[in-house]
Design a protein around this ligand. Structure first.
Ligand SMILES: Nc1ncnc2c1ncn2[C@@H]1O[C@H](COP(=O)(O)OP(=O)(O)OP(=O)(O)O)[C@@H](O)[C@H]1O
Length: 301
């Protein structure tokens, strides 16, 4: 749910190509001018990776919050949990016991508090998976630069540190499990659409992340991008390409379209996402379709 603040330099391994450089340059410009940035796009296009990389450039502690249905203001701001009992026993006169008990509720601080007070970079990943009521708290944080605190006695708000920076990521509204974000919140963010990266970038990511060579990475991207072109260019995702390359590399499976083990691996990874493109086909028919593309028996239109 909520991770510990992380040192920014822990987010290494980011592959930077012209495709990502443009997004990074624009985002840094907006963040440094004091505006929150919001990356929206399909699953697996690299939104979280970009956010983490940008956070690493800002040289401040990073707090990652992952949105989900159950996330509440209790998690973000804090809540009371359990009791602490303090007992003082006065046994000065040995036959007389005087006992004083103090029972206090424990306050568990939410992670947003530290980030707001100390000026962290917050990555609020998949924020539209949290309920809009939960996200309301960001309205005053982004506009009035204060974090309202409920249920903690006199202190009713915390002033936002001038260095506080926040990056949001989300999938488009039509994705399963997301809530429609209130316009008032979107109005406070600069939204950047992140689409699928170009083939050269994908080949580079696969090569650097898994250790396969250029030709092998090219072969995987060839197949995945042909299949992707039948859908909305979003699925199978970059994760599928990385999975195929990583398993093949680790298990010494030759990345050759005629190899039976490679074929099986591609079918196992790709059948589910390709079935999403062609829900009317049976699993067997989808496998047949992928195999045709794999062994290049059928030309790509
Ligand atoms: N520039 C990059 N350099 C290295 N790896 C990358 C890069 N972009 C994406 N990846 C890898 O691609 C995969 C998907 O990326 P990521 O998780 O950032 O996507 P996402 O858009 O946030 O997905 P989701 O919407 O499902 O959360 C991950 O394994 C990630 O490490």
């Amino acid at each position: 749910m909520l991770n510990q603040p992380r040192k920014a330099n822990e987010t290494g391994g980011f592959v930077k190509t012209a495709f990502f450089e443009d997004i990074i340059k624009r985002s840094l410009r907006y963040l440094k001018a004091g505006y929150p940035v919001h990356f929206v796009g399909p699953s697996g296009v690299g939104k979280t990776s970009i956010a983490q990389y940008i956070a690493s450039l800002l040289n401040k502690p990073v707090t990652i919050i992952r949105g989900h249905h159950e996330l509440s203001n209790h998690d973000l701001i804090g809540h009371y949990s359990g009791f602490t009992k303090k007992e003082v026993i006065d046994n000065y006169i040995h036959s007389v016991y005087k006992t004083e008990q103090e029972v206090k509720q424990n306050w568990v601080q939410g992670q947003l508090i530290e980030a707001v007070k100390k000026g962290h970079v917050v990555i609020y990943d998949e924020f539209s998976r949290s309920r809009p009521e939960t996200n309301n708290i960001f309205l005053s944080l982004l506009e009035e630069k204060v974090l309202p605190i409920y249920g903690k006695g006199k202190e009713s708000f915390i002033k936002c540190h001038p260095d506080f920076t926040i990056i949001f990521t989300s999938n488009p509204d039509e994705y399963a499990g997301t809530f429609h974000t209130q316009d008032a919140l979107l109005d406070r963010l600069i939204t950047i659409d992140v689409d699928y990266c170009d083939k050269e970038t994908e080949i580079e990511i696969i090569r650097q992340k898994t250790g396969v060579n250029q030709l092998q990475a090219k072969e995987i991207v060839r197949l995945v991008s042909i299949l992707r072109s039948y859908g909305k260019e979003t699925c199978p995702s970059l994760r599928a390409s990385i999975m195929i390359a990583s398993v093949a590399k680790k298990m010494n499976i030759p990345i050759i379209s005629e190899d039976k083990h490679y074929q099986r691996l591609c079918l196992d990874v790709l059948t589910r996402p390709v079935n999403q493109i062609f829900p009317e086909l049976s699993r067997g028919e989808v496998e047949e379709f992928i195999l045709k593309k794999l062994v290049r028996k059928e030309k790509h239109p």
